[in-house]
Design a protein. Sequence first.
Lengths: 203, 203, 203
Amino acid sequence: MFYTIDILGTIAFAISGVLVAIDKKMDLFGILIIAFVTAVGGGTLRDILIGETPVSWMKDITFTYVIIASTVLAILLRSKINYLRTSLFLFDTIGIGLYTLIGIEKGLNAGLHPIICIALGTITASFGGVIRDILCNEIPVVFRKEIYATACILGGVTYFLLIKLPIKSNLVFIIAGIVVIVTRLLAVKFKIALPTIYSHNKN
Amino acid sequence: MFYTIDILGTIAFAISGVLVAIDKKMDLFGILIIAFVTAVGGGTLRDILIGETPVSWMKDITFTYVIIASTVLAILLRSKINYLRTSLFLFDTIGIGLYTLIGIEKGLNAGLHPIICIALGTITASFGGVIRDILCNEIPVVFRKEIYATACILGGVTYFLLIKLPIKSNLVFIIAGIVVIVTRLLAVKFKIALPTIYSHNKN
Amino acid sequence: MFYTIDILGTIAFAISGVLVAIDKKMDLFGILIIAFVTAVGGGTLRDILIGETPVSWMKDITFTYVIIASTVLAILLRSKINYLRTSLFLFDTIGIGLYTLIGIEKGLNAGLHPIICIALGTITASFGGVIRDILCNEIPVVFRKEIYATACILGGVTYFLLIKLPIKSNLVFIIAGIVVIVTRLLAVKFKIALPTIYSHNKN
């Protein structure tokens, strides 16, 4: 099941990359690279930081196929993609829930401190978008008005609070993932953003 | 012979970095760093992704000397560098042919899938320029109107098609390199660009 | 003592990140990430290039605490931070002296050429700022008008000149660090910048 979620998340991330790259008038190669980077960038940075190389997308060709197929479809159906925005948003949100936990698990396997594990989870879930925005010459959106990373951190904290209790680790995994997903959904529904420190809250 | 080509490619890449950095009014240190990053950035990213560290330019000081010397010469002769543009373009093109194949070979040695090997070859040949453009606060030119990466990919595909035939691997290597070089030369000569998906083809 | 300097440098780097991020109107998460990246970015890139992973800040949680605390304090006291600019500048300068030498030492331990070691030292001291500026969508300031990197290089050269003489290595370490610090202080005091190659020296 986790593998299926991983694939769905990859599709959603890749398509979000395609949409940004089209906005920037990139050519086909540029669009494909941005799709790729958005989908695998976070996991790649995580793997590099902990030294787990070759990085994971290089060892499982499935992700490459999924990203190429998603990119082609997104380009062909780009005029109709608005109808899919809700599904894509759901895939994306479920994806970050899973990615956060994959990052945490890899951190634990590397023997790292819980706070560092949460950082790794957040990196896995959010740095694909950061690298996408840097390549597109934008200040990363996640730094400006997204509750994205906060959802990952909350999920990570939940994981480490529950894992000490006598609960099955699989269940803890699922609950923590749901915390990420629900936080993100509620934040978007009620337009909650992180507080800014500026006098005008709209920025 | 491959080593000589590698050096020529490094010179061409370094000088292309110097020219962009001068355009951006950088100081001497900035120019040197951009030259360096353009020349070794692709190979560095490749080595990091597959975990072959310390990365290769750190293990052979020759490249550092070549880059420093190229940078100094390019700065001194910058008003005359236009006369060299054809030679530089040839060095650059031969360089990407070689870099593509070095990347593929390193991927094979790491036991990776052919498609991943082609990706590694393309990264080796093109990401020096990508990192250069990011440091100079530009959207990478390779994503917008270059046939650059496509030439690498075609060369890579040629390699994997021919390597299955009863041809000496050295010869396959050379043919695949020539495919990269010829594709790039033809593309520039006939101003072929990747198709864009936008209604106005000039972007 | 070196550990204390490392902490002071981390504080100064983190605060410099906070100030840039506030300028860019980032939200709390963005500010924290920029503080983090500025403080540990250089050492992280160094560790990745030589393959010393997990990277160092992941193995010592102290730095994470220090960066979070510095960020919170810098945000709360941001209107008064001007009074601290001199202290922060001193911390920062002492920090780069130390970071340069840590980079050199790690290069030596990895068996690298002295010039590569100096490059590693300079990367450790200056690339946190480079990554900060890239994330904030600016051309890195260190490439345009800072004597920063030059100070690191001079300190590195001093180290390798003195280490051959019959001087205790601890003393060489300290002298080289002082060279970095004094170069930077003098450069700022007398507004020395690297020569540019452009006809108008103000850029």
